[in-house]
Design a protein. Structure first.
Length: 182
């Protein structure tokens, strides 16, 4: 084959391919005018199934967003951390049960008002405030081995420990455990 024959064959192939494929119009991304929803709204207007989705023109601009106004400035303090007391000892002394909570220097660091107690028939709670800054030391014993008389219980602060004195209610049976079923 000659050069002219090759060029003629290539031109013929290009013509066949061009006739088989319609020209594709290339548009930038933002210039596509309609999709199926928009085409339905444009052709059928108010009778279109998608009429509710059509944008509507309003004649007023949107309302401006409200500007936040500072009403008050203050600093928030974090609540004190609760430290659970796990180290304690107890003794059954007949009609009394004494619970010893060792806290080194508690007598000098805390006043009597800093030690808060709550007694109920089968539980007691001791909170020591001011022993360490921003901490409350708490001992909570629930399900005591026996009933106590909450009105007759007391707490004493010594130099290096806090003593909780529990008065047994009714029977003075011996406690083998401070907590029931432990």
């Amino acid at each position: 084959m000659t050069v002219n024959a090759v060029e003629a064959a290539e031109q013929e192939v290009e013509q066949i391919q061009a006739a088989a494929q319609p020209p594709v119009e290339q548009k930038p991304w933002g210039q596509y005018t309609t999709n199926a929803l928009q085409a339905s709204i444009a052709s059928k207007r108010e009778q279109s199934y998608y009429y509710a989705h059509a944008p509507r023109e309003t004649f007023e601009p949107p309302a401006p967003l409200p500007v936040p106004v500072v009403l008050e400035r203050s600093t928030a303090e974090a609540p004190p951390a609760i430290v659970t007391i796990f180290n304690y000892a107890w003794a059954d002394e007949g009609e009394l049960v004494k619970v010893y909570i060792p806290l080194e220097g508690v007598g000098a660091k805390c006043s009597d008002d800093d030690i808060k107690v709550a007694f109920e028939v089968r539980l007691f709670q001791v909170e020591v405030h001011g022993f360490k800054p921003r901490q409350i030391h708490r001992l909570l014993i629930q399900k005591l081995s026996g009933d106590i008389a909450p009105g007759d219980c007391q707490v004493k602060k010594l130099a290096n420990k806090v003593v909780v004195i529990l008065k047994k209610a009714g029977s003075h049976r011996k406690w083998y455990s401070l907590r029931h079923n432990v």
